[in-house]
Design a protein around this ligand. Sequence first.
Ligand code: F6P
Length: 368
Amino acid sequence: MTLKVGMLTSGGDCQGLNSAMRGVGKRLFENDPQTEVYGFLDGYAGLMQSNYRVMKPSDFSGILTLGGTILGTSRQVFKTMNDPLYPNRSDGPTKLEGMIRTYKDLNLDGLVILGGNGTHKTANLLSENGLNVITLPKTIDNDLWGTDMTFGFQSAVNIATEVIDGIHSTASSHGRVFIIEVMGHNVGWMTLHAGIAGGADVILIPEIPYDPLAVAAAVNKRAREHKRFSIIAVAEGAKTKEEAKMSKKEYAEKIGNLPFLSVAYRLASILDKLTVQEVRCTVPGHFQRGGSPCAYDRVLTTALGVAAADWVIQKKFGVMVGMVNNEIVGIPLKDVAGKVKSVPTNHPLIQSARNIGIYFGDEDLENG
Ligand code: F6P
């Protein structure tokens, strides 16, 4: 029987979305050239509004190295909100009902969803409501529970590392302290990896709240030891020890409810008064999510994408296709949804970094 398969990308984009869809699409058509593939546009919005395009084998050629997503994406907060196709009806179908309606109208056999944390909550909801769902773990943050690795992560770490590499020469020329803000949402995987790969002197991650005075002391100690410069890699979600104790509301009030007030500049404004060297900031931001997937992500997405297609063919649904100990495994969606994979504070990489003198901002150092 010819399969009808839907596909969508949801949440923030990252490198590897197209190469993952290529793996799925090529495998499905390889299995049966008559397979019908429906690509929903702009994430769950496309599924809700039945906005899709029928995808041919040619759609999956020439996209291995392409950044972004050929289907478009969006961040959709919805749950029981009303279906936008019925804007004037308070009794209209919910968005969930809208998605189920499209799935049933098209008579789909399965739905392949590529996304991160938020996406997985919705994917699980759809699965709980009887849809045949398989997901692929996408995010530069690497914070999806159940898989060792998400695609996009290695590509983004490579970019963040190049930023740190590039900063070294100018930091050295001027003898400055540089703070480089790395993405990663509320976890420190990217900053830990890019910080180590780029040779940062200080790494600040959300899982280890820092003391700004101690960071200043560490930087001044380096200057006293005739180190010409210091590089601080700070995760966008890093917090001081004081901030970590605050409620969400108190924290929002403290930083002035300004979503664009970056942690790097907040830290710089403190360090500037305490360090003997000048302080500068670099915030590469969404640049870290752009461009081609690195070789690692091309391989990972091909393997995961092919596995997802195989599981659709075998009717193995309700799972995320993840990677554990270098093996492809299916992790039940109900286990993934709503959980975050943070960096364990006793992670061996943190210990290795500490053992070569990288400072995490948590220990008291003598101020200079
Ligand atoms: O989840 C990926 C990510 O890039 C995070 O690292 C970052 O906090 C967030 O998305 C930015 O979101 P947006 O694309 O909505 O600005």
